[in-house]
Design a protein around this ligand. Sequence first.
Ligand SMILES: Nc1ncnc2c1ncn2[C@@H]1O[C@H](COP(=O)(O)OP(=O)(O)OP(=O)(O)O)[C@@H](O)[C@H]1O
Ligand SMILES: [Mg+2]
Length: 372
Amino acid sequence: MAPKHLAKDARFFRGKPIEDELELEAAGPRRFHYGELAAATANFSDDRRLGSGGFGSVYRGFLNDGDVAVKRVAETSRQGWKEFVAEVRIISRLRHRNLVPLIGWCHDGGDELLLVYELMPNGSLDAHIHSPENVLPWPVRYEVVLGVGAALMYLHQEAEQRVVHRDIKPSNVMLDASLNARLGDFGLARLIDGRRSRTTGIAGTMGYIDAGCFLAGRASVESDVYSFGVVLLELACGRRPAVVLDGGEDAIHLAQWVWDTHGGGGSGFLDAADARLNGEFDVEEMERVLVVGLWCAHPDRGLRPSIRQTVSVLRFEASPPILPAKMPVATYGPPVSGAPETGSSDGSAGVKISMAAGSASATVQLNALSCL
Ligand SMILES: Nc1ncnc2c1ncn2[C@@H]1O[C@H](COP(=O)(O)OP(=O)(O)OP(=O)(O)O)[C@@H](O)[C@H]1O
Ligand SMILES: [Mg+2]
């Protein structure tokens, strides 16, 4: 039952009052009152702000039973009630050692939407990979790779209902007190059942979105695998997805840079490794992370591995794939309304965007889509 003071604000979602909808689903995480969270975050003061993203800001908060990160979804953000309900419903059912635990949520009548997560004391991975002061040691990076892989395997293949994350990137990977990786932000996720492996709507962050997914406007497990691949390359190379070339004016995608400059394996491949590591890494692990990163970022979605395959290779339970020395060509047709998303196509319809090393115009377009 909705508390009395909320009755006047009653709104409906799929014909049911919103509050009932959440009460039914919120068996795990608890519901907070706005006042509790305002007090915990010193009224969402700027000095408590941990960062801001596409949906609003995140604040550090102190509650009696521990420190929290409160995600305050801005009224003007793209995220509305429906997405909020989806996020609460999805993550309240998900439990895994490599996911950021959701402690609770708040919707106190108005448009204010708040999500309360366990505070991850070591912040997000992006700050660690690109910190000018400290170099993230290789063993920690490798554990992060395995941790994010395990989280994605859970979301794609082990959870009760398959979840496509849609926004895998280093700022959505947190590090807990033991530097264990925890994937956060399921606000963009949609539940999809086993048969319909695709969701509609596009979300995500440039550089981590697969161009085919961007063009088709649909996220899928394959586009999550692509983003995972970019994160692996970022961890291995210590470079952001857009690599600025020598002249300083042009940039290419990290996957293309690794493939063009260092090949898809073989001699010279390890030169792609982060120079700041000073060679202090396990060579076989580094090779696997690079090769799996490229495999996941394969331009042809149909040739990307499943997350289970990537995890098997990363855990040394399966052999790594043999990749071509040059980045393969894939072409994408435009999205066809209502039709299933196509992989690399024969280009039978509309404008094709070719993604290949050696095609200058293609490179420009890929960069425009994926990097900038
Ligand atoms: N549970 C948490 N513990 C510690 N820090 C967090 C937590 N959740 C988020 N943060 C911090 O808050 C920052 C902002 O998060 P937010 O999700 O709003 O933006 P983002 O991840 O950069 O972009 P996006 O909106 O695409 O997810 C993150 O980069 C992270 O540093
Ligand atoms: Mg985030």
